[in-house]
Write a protein that binds this ligand. Structure first.
Ligand SMILES: NC(=O)c1ccc[n+]([C@@H]2O[C@H](COP(=O)([O-])OP(=O)(O)OC[C@H]3O[C@@H](n4cnc5c(N)ncnc54)[C@H](O)[C@@H]3O)[C@@H](O)[C@H]2O)c1
Length: 355
C-alpha cells in the first residue's frame, strides 16, 4: 500500500453540514421529521434494551457542554452538544452539536456527523411523537413561545405528525418572530405573530415553550394555562434554567424522558425528589396512560435524552448508504500489522523525506 494512502479500515463516513442539508432537502423536511419520529418512537418502545445514564454536563457561567452516550448492545452513540444562550450576540448559535455512531463488537466508529441541524430535527420529532399520545384530540392550534433556531422545526413537526394547522408565535425579540413567520410562510400553516405570551396562548390546545435563558424564567404563569391543554416544554433543560411557574406543575400530569436526568435538568427540578412523573416510554408501550380526559393538563418536561440522538444517528447511517452524501474521513490509524503502529509512523517519515 502507498504509505501516504489511508488503509481500508481507516475510513469513517463523515456527514458535513452541507451533506446534512442535501440529505434533508433531498428527502423533504417534513418526511424526515416523520421518518425520524418513527425511529425515535421505535427506540422508546425498546427502552429497556438501552444503557442509560444522565448526560455528563460541564457547566460554566455562560452555558453548558454536554456528552450524551447510550448503547443498545450492538451500536453505541454519543453526541457532543452545547447550550450558550448569549452566543447569538457574537453571531454564534445557542446550540451546536456533532455525534458518533460506533459498532459495539469492534469499537470502530461507523459514522461521524454534524448534529446541529439533526438535533433540531430530532427534538422537534420527539416533541411531536410524544404529543400524539398527550395532546387533546383534534387540537389544531399551537402557541410557539421562543422563536429561535428550534422553532420552525417544532412547528413543522407538529403540523406533519400531529396535524396542527395554526401557530401563534411569540418571542421577546420581535425580529425572531418576524424571522420565524418569514420561514414558515408558504409551508401550509396559518402563522399569527403575537405581542405577548398571554396573547399567543389564546385558543391554543398545545403550548410549546422553547426559549433560551440561563435562569429560572417564568415564560408561562399558572393563569395562562387553561384546562385540557398540552404543554411541550423544551427550553428548561439545565440546572437553574426553567420556563414554567411551579404552580403549573402542580396542576399537570408530567411526562418525562429519563427521570434521573430530568430531575436534575427539567422543570421538575423545582419540585421535591418524589414529585410524581410518568416515563414517556411507558405510555408508548401501553404500560401507562397518556391523556385520559379532556380537562387534563399534560406536560412533556423535555430535556432531550441520548436515545433520541441514537435514533437520529441510526437514521442518518441508514439514509446515507449508497449515496454520495458523505465523505470518507481518514480518522482511524490502520497499520498493515495491527500491532505495528509505531512502524507505520516510522515508515511515514521516510516517505515524508522523499516528498
Ligand atoms: N429539550 C431538548 O431536547 C432541547 C433540544 C434543543 C434545544 N433545547 C433548548 O431549547 C431552547 C431554545 O433553543 P434554540 O436553539 O431555539 O435557541 P435560540 O437562542 O436560537 O432561541 C431562543 C429564543 O428564545 C427567546 N427568548 C428568551 N427569553 C424569552 C422569553 N422570556 N420569552 C419569549 N422568548 C424568549 C430569544 O429571544 C430567542 O429568540 C434552548 O434553551 C435550548 O437549550 C432543548
Amino acid at each position: 500500500m502507498n504509505a501516504s494512502q489511508p488503509g481500508p479500515m481507516s475510513l469513517v463516513p463523515f456527514v458535513s453540514v452541507d451533506d446534512m442539508m442535501r440529505l434533508v432537502l433531498g428527502i423533504g423536511v417534513e418526511t424526515v421529521l416523520t421518518e425520524l419520529g418513527g425511529y425515535i418512537e421505535e427506540d422508546f418502545r425498546r427502552w429497556e434494551s438501552f444503557d442509560k445514564t444522565p448526560r455528563v454536563a460541564a457547566h460554566s457561567d455562560e452555558g453548558v457542554i454536554e456528552l450524551m452516550p447510550t448503547s443498545d448492545g450492538k451500536a453505541y452513540g454519543f453526541k457532543y452538544v452545547n447550550g450558550h444562550p448569549k452566543n447569538f450576540q457574537g453571531g454564534r448559535q445557542t446550540v451546536t452539536a456533532f455525534g458518533v455512531l460506533a459498532d459495539v463488537d469492534t469499537g470502530y466508529p461507523v459514522l461521524l456527523t454534524e448534529m446541529t441541524i439533526l438535533t433540531a430535527l430530532r427534538t422537534a420529532a420527539t416533541s411531536a411523537v410524544v404529543a400524539k399520545y398527550l395532546a387533546p384530540k383534534g387540537g389544531r392550534t399551537m402557541a410557539m413561545i421562543g422563536n429561535g433556531a428550534q422553532s420552525e422545526f417544532q412547528c413543522l413537526a407538529f403540523k406533519t405528525i400531529c396535524g396542527i394547522d395554526t401557530v401563534r408565535l411569540y418571542d421577546i425579540d420581535p425580529q425572531a418572530t418576524a424571522k420565524a413567520a418569514r420561514n414558515l410562510a408558504g409551508k401550509g400553516l396559518t402563522v399569527i405573530p403575537c405581542a405577548s405570551a398571554q396573547e399567543a396562548v389564546q385558543g391554543a390546545e398545545i403550548i410549546t415553550t422553547c426559549t433560551a435563558d440561563k435562569q429560572y424564567a417564568t415564560i408561562l404563569t399558572d393563569n395562562m394555562v387553561g384546562a385540557g391543554v398540552h404543554i411541550n416544554a423544551i427550553g428548561g433543560d439545565c440546572p437553574g434554567k426553567t420556563e414554567l411557574h411551579k404552580d403549573i406543575l402542580l396542576r399537570s400530569d408530567v411526562f418525562v424522558e429519563y427521570p434521573p436526568q430530568t430531575r436534575i435538568e427539567g422543570e421538575i427540578q423545582q419540585m421535591p425528589e418524589d414529585f410524581p412523573v410518568t416515563e414517556i416510554w411507558r405510555v408508548m408501550t401501553g404500560q401507562a396512560p397518556g391523556r385520559t380526559d379532556d380537562r387534563q393538563i399534560t406536560l412533556f418536561d423535555s430535556v432531550g435524552f441520548a436515545t433520541e440522538d441514537f435514533s437520529a444517528l441510526r437514521y442518518v447511517h441508514d439514509k446515507i448508504r449508497g449515496t454520495n452524501l458523505y465523505q470518507n474521513l481518514d480518522l482511524l490509524a490502520d497499520p498493515d500489522d495491527p500491532r505495528d503502529l509505531f512502524g507505520m509512523l516510522d515508515r511515514r517519515s521516510a516517505s515524508l523525506k522523499v516528498a
